[in-house]
Design a binder for this molecule. Structure first.
Ligand code: SF4
Ligand code: SF4
Length: 438
């Protein structure tokens, strides 16, 4: 694709990077077929190729984008299916990230939307505040109909009962069971530890059982991925730097073989920190080092090898939902399924497995109609798979699907933990309780 940036524009490292990406696109359109928004809406401007043109025009103009341009870029899920499909290796993720930052810096959104985006960036990345907000949401639920339309999806996704905070998320060092094979840091995260603290608890048990010493480093927490996807770069980078400092201290004190991430949306961002902080002289080197240590939990367990154990759930048919951030963002698709099979479960593929479930960070809160259409399409395919339960490696997908799924939806690590000696996943136990007579 031809570009017409001025030398002054290209002096900006972000624009220079985006220009390289734009020039690699040959506008063949292969990516359109696997883009969820194009599949739903059939509009070229809601396809990767259409958005690439919009971002090009927006950046070249050097001006504030039009509301129309913002609408189509906002509708992008950042699911990255287009990157998996593209034969020319176009790095759409870095391009759309730049586009979102540009919009955030140059476009004035309507006041309600601006407030909602600020609220999400503020609350979701701070677990105590998020917990408080969810408690408030539970109280407001009966008044849903009276609230502004934009706030209603927030209430719809808020859980009816909030689990207690887990002690497992406090700074600590959990020893390996038996001989120590690895020393790893676990990203404690933000929204996940409020909504589903059982995921970190299961991850810690699973890793310890597999010979890992696990560090929850003091001052590690939210990775900033949610803020990053909202285009709130300052906040995203501040959170990245705080984690990098925390893990560098641990690395220097006791060594670290890996940074384990069990929310694949976060993992994709942590693995990209080297790029995101490349222009920061104080952090570029540290960020690249930490990013190189980042692993999805399935990568770590696959590398160690699953310990054989009598699995109480052996033979259960599990629809494996391959989170976009795992399959497209990190190119990890077969590993979690192979682990489930090795544990004795029967993993089942879901039709249109490349399509997003509509969660996509804050997407289901900001674009509820499209997100719901994608969720219902996914649940329709799951229903046809013959599964008894659903597994995914990202809390956003789990919350999105569980909100309307008749089947329990759990994290892959909860199943692996159960299969190797841990308790049954909370959602599975709750479903069994509901089904019990009396
Ligand atoms: S498939 Fe790749 S090269 Fe072709 S239009 Fe899409 S992004 Fe451009
Ligand atoms: S990231 Fe997903 S939604 Fe966005 S353009 Fe690519 S395929 Fe479409």
């Amino acid at each position: 694709m031809r570009t017409e940036f001025s030398p002054a524009q290209l002096a900006d490292p972000d624009t220079a990077e985006s220009e390289k990406i734009l020039r690699s696109c040959v506008h063949c359109g292969f990516c359109t077929a696997t883009c969820p928004t194009y599949v739903l809406l059939g509009d070229e401007l809601d396809s990767p190729r259409g958005r690439i043109y919009l971002i090009k025009n927006m950046l070249e103009s050097g001006e504030a984008p039009t509301a129309e341009t913002v609408k189509h870029i906002d509708r992008c899920l950042s699911c990255l299916a287009c990157m998996t499909t593209c034969p020319s290796g176009v790095h759409y993720m870095h391009l759309v990230d730049h586009g979102r930052r540009w919009i955030e810096e140059h476009y004035r959104r309507p006041v309600g939307e601006r407030a909602l985006r600020r609220l999400l960036g503020l609350v979701l990345t701070r677990p105590p505040l998020f917990r408080l907000a969810l408690r408030g949401a539970a109280l407001l639920r009966p008044l849903t109909g009276c609230l502004p339309r934009r706030l209603r999806p927030l209430l719809a996704l808020a859980p009816r009962r909030l689990p207690a905070a887990s002690a497992a998320d406090r700074p600590s060092v959990v020893p390996a069971e038996g001989a120590r094979r690895m020393r790893v840091a676990l990203l404690p995260g933000c929204a996940q530890r409020v909504l589903m603290p059982e995921i970190n608890a299961a991850t810690i048990r699973l890793l310890a059982r597999h010979g890992c010493e696990i560090v929850i480093a003091k001052d590690s927490g939210c990775c900033g991925a949610l803020a990053h996807h909202l285009g709130q770069e300052e906040r995203a980078l501040a959170l990245a730097r705080a984690n990098i400092e925390a893990w560098e201290r641990e690395r220097l004190a006791g060594g670290l073989d890996a940074i384990v991430v069990n929310a694949s949306g976060c993992g994709t961002t942590v693995k990209d920190w080297g790029f995101m902080l490349r222009e920061d002289r104080a952090y570029a080197e540290k960020a690249a080092r930490i990013a190189a240590l980042a692993r999805d939990v399935s990568e770590v367990i696959a590398a160690i090898g699953l310990v054989p154990a009598p699995n109480p759930g052996a033979g259960r048919r599990v629809a494996y939902h391959s989170a976009c951030s795992l399959q497209h963002g990190q190119r990890l698709h077969s590993e979690p399924k192979a682990l489930l099979a090795a544990a004795g479960f029967v993993p089942l593929d879901i039709a249109e497995g490349h399509l997003c479930c509509g969660s996509a960070g804050t997407y289901n809160l900001l674009q509820p109609e499209l997100a719901t259409a994608l969720r219902d399409r996914k649940l329709g395919h799951i229903a046809k798979s013959g599964a008894e339960l659903v597994a995914a490696g990202n809390v956003g997908c789990i919350a999105q699907l569980a909100a309307a799924s008749p089947l329990p939806v759990v994290h892959t690590v909860e199943l692996l933990d159960w299969a190797t000696g841990g308790p049954p996943p909370r959602a599975l136990a709750a479903a069994a309780e509901r089904a019990a007579p009396g």
